[in-house]
Design a protein around this ligand. Structure first.
Ligand code: ATP
Ligand code: MG
Length: 557
């Protein structure tokens, strides 16, 4: 039993359990999720959120939400707000107040001053291009800056002047004095501070020097007493620098950086820079466009927090990069919606039917269970009348064999109601079918005892009672499995021109009139849909969340 448990631990859990066994960090577990507020969160971030908060919960610890807001030029309050909303929506609570790296600017500055005093940092007057040229290559050691050995006094004075705004952007930087010959390029005197005369969304104009990620990140972890600092694999070779910076200030417990493989999904891009480009240049309708892999887009599309958490769980934590099929995410969404979504009748490409032998002006109530997957499900009554709509593609003039839907002379059951036969069809001048004339068999009402059986069952709505709606069908945003992997083509060249199809003339059962924004439904035989924020009382709008795996065209009743 115990062995099995051990086996199912992922490598990060193994590290944490070993630390707990050894009493490291006073048996505390404190993780953090550290987004930079320079865009909306995407499904990759959701993976990181589920991992970090999940570990906090599993080990009776906590998780901090910290904004890594060290680059005012790219960051914005709007992004902060959206990130907070997304983390909450995914169902997680952070420990105490929200934190900001900018809250630590003074401390970070003081530590930098201390490092200068200890001969561990210096001001470099060279432009950044020259500094990069001197960094060398992994095979060739870098060249030392001519300013590397200026005196401590001069460094302190220049750094002070940097802070007080004496220099223009890019005129000077503060660099850590580590090792220009290190085989690890990250260790070749990395920049710690740069000059940026820019307004910060929290600190205003208080600062014109801003700490670089590598310096700010680990020290912020240390300030917050983080125990396990989990990041993605591209930071693996930053780990020695992370530890070097901690060496300069830490005593006692210190955070441990652990890297895992980032989530990659096919048919999508996940870099915030690229997602921003899609938004800014109007390739999509905003960050929460339901085709976007952003958390807000997925939410608007109708994905549930449960399905995203289940997905994160299912893919697990890997040490090597891999690509996950988008279909797996859709599978998890379908699995959850199947349990919670009410089944409703919706005709998205309507074809009119008249039941010639059904009395005029009569309405019957057809009772249907809302969700057969839910043992406590309620049922509802649906009006049935002489005039109905079915889907256009549920009728064919000249059907192939095994077509169990409607065709001239054939019979189908209307779900929950009667068996009908198609006697005649009408077309317009282009030969398009515009109306079916059918007869119903009054002895075949569903639920009224034995009835004969037919192979096809169709969904329908009563034309006299249904409501009009707009339905938006989404497809993949990209036609290429890895849109940003092709060196010769910009990722935008692979945008799917048919990723959005708007159906403006849909007919839904009347009960959907006032469905609240975000409510999820299964449109029977079509897919899962949810009410979009563009909905109005006059014109409800539904997004297709995901298609159904299979239709029930072969079932009866
Ligand atoms: P991007 O590369 O999309 O710009 P980022 O890594 O720069 O994203 P941050 O805001 O710095 O974005 O990310 C916050 C946290 O989310 C980091 O800890 C980062 O490692 C994690 N993260 C980002 N993308 C992924 C991903 N695809 N899979 C797992 N974790 C991710
Ligand atoms: Mg980052």
């Amino acid at each position: 039993m115990e062995l099995q448990n051990e086996k199912s631990l992922n490598f990060i859990e193994q590290i944490i359990e070993t630390d707990l066994e050894n009493g490291k960090n006073g048996n505390r577990v404190l993780t953090r999720f550290p987004p930079e507020p320079n865009g909306y969160l995407h499904i990759g971030h959701a993976k990181s959120i589920c991992l970090n908060f999940g570990l906090g919960i599993k080990y009776n610890g906590q998780t901090n939400l910290r904004f890594d807001d060290t680059n005012p030029v790219k960051e914005d309050e709007e992004y902060v707000d959206s990130i907070i909303e997304d983390v909450k929506w995914l169902g997680f609570n952070w420990d105490g107040e929200i934190r900001y790296a900018s809250d630590y600017f003074e401390q970070l500055y003081q530590w930098a001053v201390q490092m200068i005093k200890e001969g561990k940092a210096y001001v470099d007057d060279q432009p950044s291009e020259l500094i990069s040229q001197q960094r060398g290559t992994p095979q060739k050691p870098g060249d030392e800056s001519p300013y590397r050995n200026r005196t401590i006094e001069e460094n302190l004075d220049l750094f002070e002047q940097m802070r007080s705004g004496k220099f223009q952007n890019g005129e000077r930087v503060l660099r850590a004095k580590v090792d220009m010959a290190s085989p690890n390029m990250q260790m070749r005197d990395p920049v710690m501070y740069r000059i940026m005369h820019a307004h910060h969304h929290r600190t205003g104009d208080q600062w014109c020097i801003y700490p670089m990620y590598d310096y700010a990140h680990g020290q912020s972890d240390y300030i917050e007493n983080i125990t396990h600092s989990i990041c993605t694999l591209e930071f693996e070779n930053h780990r020695p620098l992370y530890n070097w910076f901690l060496d300069q200030v830490a005593n006692g417990d210190r955070p441990q950086q652990i890297e895992f493989a980032r989530l990659n999904l096919n048919y999508t891009v996940m870099s915030k820079r690229k997602l921003l480009e899609l938004v800014k240049d109007n390739y999509v309708n905003g960050w929460d466009d339901p085709r976007m892999p952003t958390i807000s887009g997925l939410r608007r599309r109708g994905y549930t927090p449960e399905s995203i958490r289940n997905f994160a769980d299912r893919i697990g934590v890997a040490k090597r990069d891999n690509v996950i099929e988008f279909g797996l995410l859709e599978f998890m969404v379908r699995e959850h919606l199947n349990k919670i979504a009410d089944r409703v009748m919706a005709v998205i490409n309507p074809l009119k039917i008249t039941l010639t032998n059904y009395p005029d002006g009569v309405t019957e109530d057809i009772e249907l269970v809302n969700n057969p997957e839910d043992p406590n499900s309620q049922s509802r009554k649906l009006p049935f009348s002489k005039h109905l709509f079915i889907e256009q593609d549920d009728f064919m003039i000249d059907p192939p064999k095994k077509y169990f839907r409607l065709s001239p002379g054939s019979e189908v059951r209307l779900k929950g109601a009667y068996i009908i036969r198609c006697d005649e069809y009408r077309t317009d001048e282009n030969g398009k079918v515009t109306e079916l004339l059918c007869t119903y068999d009054p002895d075949t009402r569903s639920g009224a005892g034995e009835s004969r059986k037919v192979k096809g069952t169709l969904h329908w709505v009563s034309a006299d009672h249904c409501i009009d709606a707009e339905v938006r069908l989404y497809d993949r945003l990209f036609t290429h499995e890895a849109p940003d992997s092709d060196k010769d083509h910009d990722f935008k060249e692979f945008l799917n021109p048919n990723s959005l199809q708007v159906l403006a003339n849909c007919k839904l059962e009347p009960g959907l009139k006032e469905a609240a924004i975000g409510t999820k439904f299964q449109f029977q035989r079509i897919g899962y849909f949810c009410v979009d924020k563009d909905s109005t009382a006059e014109m409800p709008v539904f997004n297709r969340t995901v298609t159904l795996k299979d239709s029930w065209s072969n079932s009866t009743n």
